[in-house]
Design a protein around this ligand. Structure first.
Ligand code: MN
Length: 504
């Protein structure tokens, strides 16, 4: 959310924005980077006719909205220099040091994509994975860069427009989502939506506008009532925000619900921001005592955060006049994390490098960032990569669920995973010898689809010879598929070795 959407984007307003979240920020170097970029890009113009510096500056503004440390903003201002100007990466290094230069080098690498069509897609995805595993800051800058390019796409030839928009929708937005950057994901999607499905975009936009206008008075009334109700019950510092749904996610929901806006439950949504976790639960209780909650719509993402780190309490109630209203209740810290995701989770030292995490998810980058790096290394072979692409997309981009083991471990799996997927996620040996499972204390077959919060015990039999190849028909994760295939292959090769003497 822009700090002040109507403000002029100048170097001075950028500095003011930065000082507002980091009073100690090194503004002198930030200004020097701006001068350096302005000189390097000289008389260059963007396709919009504006001076080129508008673009690196807009990139830095987005990074400042994410409250990132100044060195990342500096790299954002300098990101197009080695590629598009007479100045080299070495010039950047000499002027701003190794760390900034390494981020700029990371962006430059991401920009060089040789191929076309499917090959291009794959190369793009692999590069994003690599960059992310090496230094997630580079991906933040790339998002900010891409967002501004999308916002100024109307001046680009239509074919190129479509390619850039599609790439944003299929690669950038899902990665932002996995990083817990809800706001960034929504902005990338909405900016791309317009170019990919222009008619659908107009339809969703008009529908959202009419509905908003129709409901505005009602929303104001409910906001006032909620504020009063919570304050009368003794809660202090209650802040309420209406929440506008991003258009592309509204469109996706409409498709799922027969295009009927009446079936979208979170169309009228209010965010309640309070001081503490205890106040979150108190607010939930107060709301439920005033309005009746809908069954099955109460979600406690504070006790059980989503795998991308998202925390909030959600509830949907029959509100005034029987209208359905969704409430999301959270603390200020949770609210910032929802917008900025991984960027808000991690603390940085003065150089803007990661130090420790303030996130409930732990200090290191999430495990899947390393998984990505492994996957892409393992799949050096392009053909193999294409074959596994669908599985990888399911593993990485799908919504995730949490399941619990009897020992209390929490395992993060893609949606629709089965007991066998879990068995392999715990250990290959458990996967190879599993015979059944208990889900929430109840014995079930191995192909049972797991749900968020399930407590699962995998039953094994040490004398079992190995996995059943038929499991491949229902397992969801690439990891399980690979392990099942590997076992079959090793069995065949040991069988061949057994009958062919001398092939050891
Ligand atoms: Mn750029």
């Amino acid at each position: 959310m822009p700090v002040n959407p109507t403000e002029q984007k100048t170097l001075d307003t950028l500095c003011a924005d930065v000082l507002a979240y980091d009073p100690q920020a090194d503004i002198t170097t930030l200004k020097r980077a701006y001068q350096f970029a302005d000189e390097a890009h000289g008389g260059q113009k963007r396709a919009t006719g504006e001076p080129y510096i508008v673009h690196p500056l807009a990139t830095a503004f987005t990074l400042a909205e994410m409250r990132l440390p100044v060195p990342i903003l500096i790299a954002g201002i300098l990101h197009d220099i080695p590629e598009d100007t007479q100045r080299t990466l070495e010039d950047v290094r000499a002027a701003f040091g190794d760390d900034v230069a390494s981020m700029v080098a990371g962006i430059t690498k991401l920009g060089k994509i040789k191929y076309r069509g499917m090959e291009r897609y794959i190369e793009n995805l692999r590069k994003m994975f690599l960059a992310m595993a090496a230094d997630v800051r580079v991906v933040f800058i790339k998002f900010a860069d891409r967002l501004h390019n999308l916002e100024t796409l109307e001046v680009i030839p239509p074919k190129k427009q479509y390619r850039i928009a599609l790439e944003s929708l299929e690669i950038y937005a899902p990665i932002a989502n996995r990083l817990g950057m809800g706001e960034m994901k929504g902005r990338l999607e909405d900016a791309a939506f317009k170019y990919i499905y222009p008619k659908e975009y107009e339809w969703a936009k008009n529908l959202a506008k009419t509905t908003r206008e129709d409901k505005q008075e009602y929303l104001d009334r409910v906001t006032r009532l909620t504020q009063e109700t919570l304050e009368q019950a003794g809660l202090k510092n209650v802040r309420l925000h209406g929440r506008e749904k991003h258009l592309y996610s509204l469109y996706r929901k409409l498709l799922k619900n027969e295009r009927s806006i009446a079936r979208i439950y979170d169309l009228i949504a209010l965010r309640i921001i309070v001081d503490s976790v205890a106040d979150c639960y108190a607010a939930l209780g107060i709301i439920h005592s005033r309005w009746t909650p809908l069954k099955g719509r109460i979600k406690d993402y504070i006790a059980q955060p989503k795998p991308n780190g998202y925390r909030s309490l959600h509830t949907t109630v029959f509100c005034e006049d029987g209208e359905i209203v969704e409430f999301q209740i959270r603390t200020k810290a949770m609210h910032e994390e929802d917008e900025f995701g991984i960027a808000a989770h991690w603390a940085y030292d003065e150089q803007g490098k990661y130090r420790t995490s303030t996130s409930p998810m732990g200090g290191a980058p999430p495990a899947w960032v390393h998984e990505l790096a492994d996957i892409q290394q393992e799949l050096a072979d392009k053909k193999q990569f294409v074959q596994s692409l669908e599985d990888i997309k399911i593993d990485i981009f799908h919504d995730r669920i949490f399941v619990f083991t009897p020992k209390g471990d929490v395992i993060d799996l893609p949606e629709d995973s089965t007991c066998v997927d879990l068995a392999y996620a715990i250990h290959t040996e458990i996967g190879n010898t599993c015979t059944g499972a208990k889900v929430n204390e109840e014995v079930t077959p191995l192909d049972r689809v797991l749900k968020n919060g399930d407590m699962v015990e995998i039953l094994t039999d040490k004398s079992r010879k190995g996995p059943n190849p038929d499991w491949n028909k229902f397992v969801k994760t690439r990891h399980a598929k690979v392990k099942i295939r590997q076992f079959a292959r090793s069995k065949i090769s040991s069988w061949i070795k057994g009958i062919l003497p001398g092939t050891k």
